[in-house]
Design a binder for this molecule. Sequence first.
Ligand code: AMP
Length: 705
Amino acid sequence: MKPAHKDVSDLTEDEARAELARLAKEIAKHDRAYYQKDEPVISDAAYDALRHRNAAIESRFPDLKRDDSPSERVGAAPAEEFTEVEHLVPMYSLGNAFDAGDVEDFIKRVRRFLGLDEDETLALTAEPKIDGLSANLRYENGELVVGATRGDGRTGENVTENLRTLADIPKTLKGSGWPKRVEVRGEVYMSHDDFAALNERQRKQGKAEYKNPRNAAAGSLRQLDPAVTARRPLKFFAYAWGDVSEPLGETQLEAVERLDAFGFTTNPLMERVESLEAALKVYEEIEAQRSRLGYDIDGVVYKVDRLAWQDRLGYVSRSPRWAIAYKFSPEKATTRLERIEIQVGRTGAMTPVAKLEPVTVGGVVVSNATLHNEDEIARKDVREGDFVVVQRAGDVIPQIVEAVKKRRPNDAKPYEFPTVCPCPLKTPAVREVNERTGEKGAVRRCTGEFACPYQRREHLKHFVSRSAFDIEGLGGKQVEEFYDDGVIAEPADIFTLKARDEAGEIEPPLREREGWGEKSVSNLFDAIAARREIDLWRFLNALGIRHVGETTARLLATVYGSWDAFFETAKKADDADSSKRQTLIDIDGVGQVAADSIGRFFDEAHNAEALDRLLEQVSIRDAEAPAAESPVSGKTVVFTGSLEKFTREEAKARAQSLGAKVSSSVSGKTDYVVAGPGAGSKLKKAEELGVEVLSEQEWLDLIAG
Ligand code: AMP
């Protein structure tokens, strides 16, 4: 018999620490036995007792809570255990529509891009947006060879064996005539009934319950042992495809019917519509059935039906231009607004945030909501102390719809928006006047820039964000803590963290901090080291230059190719006479405002110094020339005059996707001028400079070849 354990109230701190370590190990062992092998070695009651003891010690010594604490875990499936799969065709996300007007705009945008005549029909498919997690299934000669999660869209986790256990996923495609290579995509989800039953089992076995069916599906799919996944009731709807050796059809509907014929389950509610009115009607019908479907959906997805048009529309940033998700109306709740707090963003923008008495909206506890800006507060006349209606749509930040005036306390005063930054420096905050329109901007900004500690903190958070340095284990929350503690003051400090920690310069050392331990600290250092070499676009985005977001950063990376080439230009970006500045402005999608902002950024002494320190720590990978085999990659093209087969927008998008740089003015660096009827000064200039001039058809022949 083991000696009886001491009563929790008698433990010393050292004993408690040792005891928590022992319990973490022991519970993890039992979790593995249960989750991965499904062979528990102790009774449920004994397992419960271990968890209770762990929880009791943690509640007496909250500071000792380990970062691998069993109370924070469900199941046992660390992501590092799966190998990575690079998606041959990225898995995209979807743009959102929140009302009928947004859907109408989407249709107009598509029509404009394709240059459709008024009497030409634009057919769309409409189908439920399943609230699960997407997966990509690769079949070669009809056999399932690899299955992966979406991950960040470019790289996912290899969960082939787990996906094989789903009844809805054929191991071998049915019928014949499937392409030799086909990737089928769709959503893994769990039905409401299965979810309830799973949680009931978890509860009985004293294990943590899953929050919602989507989490349960994700947790079940990412089990280390496929045998465990096999026992979880996961389902799959197929609705899309990735890499295919031959087209699946001419329309979305046809292609999805093929998936059905391959043996997949496709959603029975999918329909084809030919007008905005019909599209909105399907939305209403699907919403009306929502509560009876038996699985979670969070909106309706519209896709352009004709696949040739989808190809032409292509992608912008992370979403297709040819699809949109119309989300269901947000859920609402009423609560008290305790006070309004001002948050300072990376660019100094002061955003008013409503601090609320916590309230559940659509299954999530909400205690903060955005009030957007000064004018919005005035327009809605929202006051501290008011009862307010809060709404939440999907992953969108909760918003305040209105104040309930009838319940307003007598002493509530109109809110006065501060005119200084809430940071200790109390720098004046101003509303900039737009030079062109002469109008006052909606946003009040702190003018402190790099002196403002709040802006610096936000810069750091942006620096580590997903589309910037994306350091695993170092998210916004961690960076914020390190910043507030003086451990990290600027980006370069991230890369000296390990050396400083090992030299004992950080007090207390990282591994002794709350939420950290030996293992997580060493993982963090590995993750940081892995980012010492960084893609150019990520680096450019990470700098957090105003008006240079992810899309512009990618564009700049493609155009300049290397950091040195970009930097040479950037240094000259605010010199009105510099030809380098002109090259920036000429890039379609950059323009004056961004060029000015780039110029200002690199002129600022603090930035220049911080950048130097950062460059000592990291090396920047040159941009890969996209589609190197394209006959126009790296070439500079100017479109002028009217085009007949394409809209200007489409022609540009297509050229850029083939790796060409599209410029808005002709210079000695221009490779081609594509001139349509009505071309004027640009054509003349091209002729003067001896730049090759192509007709629209010649251009099409060139890119086709
Ligand atoms: P989001 O992640 O909100 O940008 O939405 C994109 C995701 O919606 C995709 O990655 C899919 O996982 C999911 N989705 C669910 N149902 C569908 C559907 N019918 N068509 C396309 N995407 C869908």
